[in-house]
Design a protein around this ligand. Structure first.
Ligand code: SAH
Length: 492
């Protein structure tokens, strides 16, 4: 039997993209993933099918599994020969009891590896616009736990040194003990006007930052009912936030956005929303990906004799490559030029190793009489074929087979709107709008969507929404989110 192995993996501070490449690789290969509440559950999507997920809680006052149980679980699964990932918030060796878990492995004779993660004490201030060192303010920082300094209990923090010898203090697990911490720092010589910030759920969409001074922070925290998990930052660097607060200013910061897509998620669109700081949840409107029996094999054969091959939809690209595979053909049997009608489709073609230009008026102009054009069009859309035939080009058209649209995905969307787990709905393409309408059938979609903001990827998506009497509120324009006006949809 293969020997098991334990990977103590740092999940990073919350934003799922802040995991390391090695951490993600470990998740991909794991048989078992034991994770807690500070590790983003979104990381589980990298796991292979059939991997076992075990949630072990870990809230300071409410441990779902006790540490001994966690240790037993990890060792037990590894003894069965499994690859066990212990996914821990931040870095496994920073206040994460990762050291103890590693010791257990050694004692049990189980090989283990540690994959460091970005710790929240560094990441949360960074996302709040607070550099923990800065030449003008600090030359040192310290990370400490605020957990042990309770009431009159014996505490092992050297307050005198702490107050005088370091510039920036980063406290983990300190919210409930903040009054003691502040009292001790002031008693040992820190000035009452020293700036303080608390960053809750740093790097996550729920990130909240509160600033003050040692003199007033306790009152402010009480007033705001500020809770853990938070990093407390004490030091002059906190002042820099006024100038450097970058993340919380992003257009979709704090918004919980449900993304509707067909076939496969559009990575370009999701990445864009991600960059704008949205917290995204995906809803796939396609129930099954089972290919239809009478799959259309002709586009590949047609492409072999075409000079220009134009794709309009992601679905079309997918079907094309599926056909290529089924026919056991190689892409090099196609010598024509590839074009995409949208940037999203161009990106998908690039992912497949094809540099496709956008199919613009300029390209149409270049096409000569007698040349063969293979045109994938959307269902019901034959908009520009006539222009090409007028030039004497031989145009061959095809449409990718429709896949089944899922009614239950639409129910999930309405449920999420009702429960407020999303507060914005984003349509990634005109196809997604059509699929949504098709699936929602008689579910009074217009009325039920009135309570939620609607964002669309581009003008075409907006126009399709309007066609179905759903008014988009926002539209993506490059790096920004614009309020939608019908004029914009025409120019976009
Ligand atoms: N190993 C973790 C720390 C675990 S201790 C790490 O390296 O980050 C738990 C404490 O970490 C919390 O009480 C809180 O102080 C801090 N913490 C973890 N994630 C956080 C986040 N996203 N934002 C703010 N503080 C966080």
């Amino acid at each position: 039997m293969e020997k098991g192995r334990v990977y103590l993996v740092g999940a990073g501070p919350g934003d799922p993209k802040l995991i390391t490449l090695r951490g993600r690789e470990a998740i991909e290969k794991a048989d078992v993933i034991v994770y807690d509440r500070l590790a983003s559950p979104k990381l589980l999507k990298y796991a292979r099918e059939g991997a076992e997920f075990i949630y072990c809680g870990k809230q300071s006052s409410n441990h779902t599994l006790r540490q001994e149980e966690i240790n037993q679980l990890i060792i037990g699964r590894a003894r069965e020969g499994k690859k066990v990932v212990r996914l821990k918030g931040g870095d496994p060796f920073v206040f994460g009891r990762g050291g103890e878990e590693a010791e257990e492995c050694v004692d049990a004779g189980i090989p283990f590896e540690v994959i460091p993660g970005i710790t929240s004490g560094i990441a949360a201030p960074a996302y709040a616009g607070i550099p923990i060192t800065h030449r003008d303010f600090t030359s040192s920082f310290i990370v400490i736990t605020g957990h042990k300094c309770r009431g009159n209990e014996e505490i092992d923090i050297n307050w005198a040194n702490l107050a005088k010898a370091v510039d920036t203090i980063l406290l983990y697990m300190g919210v409930s003990n903040l009054p003691d911490i502040v009292r001790n720092l002031i008693a040992h010589g820190k000035a009452g006007e020293t700036p303080v910030a608390l960053v809750r759920w740093g790097t996550c969409s729920e990130q909240k930052t509160l600033t003050g001074t040692l003199d007033n922070i306790v009152e402010k925290v009480q007033q705001a009912r500020f809770r853990s998990p938070a990093i407390i930052i004490v030091g002059e660097v906190v002042k820099l936030r006024e100038k450097l607060n970058w993340h919380e200013q992003k257009p979709l910061f704090g918004r919980k956005v449900g993304i509707l897509h067909t076939t496969e998620p559009s990575s370009v669109f999701i990445d864009k929303l991600d960059e704008l700081a949205a917290d995204t949840t995906e809803f796939s409107l396609v129930a099954t990906n089972t290919p239809s029996n009478e799959r259309n094999l002709s586009p590949v054969l047609e492409a072999e004799t075409a000079d220009h091959i134009v794709f309009s939809t992601l679905h079309g690209v997918r079907e094309f490559f599926r056909s290529l595979r089924d026919l056991k053909k190689d892409i090099r049997s196609i010598s024509g030029s590839f074009y995409a009608r949208t940037e999203e489709v161009a990106e998908r073609l690039r992912e497949c190793g094809l540099q496709a230009e956008l199919f613009s008026g300029k390209i149409v102009h270049k096409i000569q009489g007698g040349q063969r054009v293979l045109l994938e069009h959307k269902h019901g859309g034959k908009e520009f074929a006539s222009g090409l035939t007028a030039k004497g080009a031989v145009v061959n058209e095809w449409a990718a087979a429709r896949e089944e649209v899922s009614g239950s995905a639409v129910d999930d969307v309405f449920e999420a709107v009702k429960n407020k787990t999303i507060d914005m709905l984003a349509f990634s393409s005109a196809e997604a709008v059509e699929a949504f309408i098709l699936a929602s059938g008689s579910k009074e979609k217009g009325v039920r969507l009135a309570s939620i903001d609607i964002l669309c990827a581009d003008g075409e998506t907006a126009a399709t929404l309007v066609n179905f009497s759903i008014k988009p509120d926002y539209i993506l324009q490059g790096e920004s989110v614009m309020e939608y006006t019908s004029q914009l949809s025409i120019t976009a």
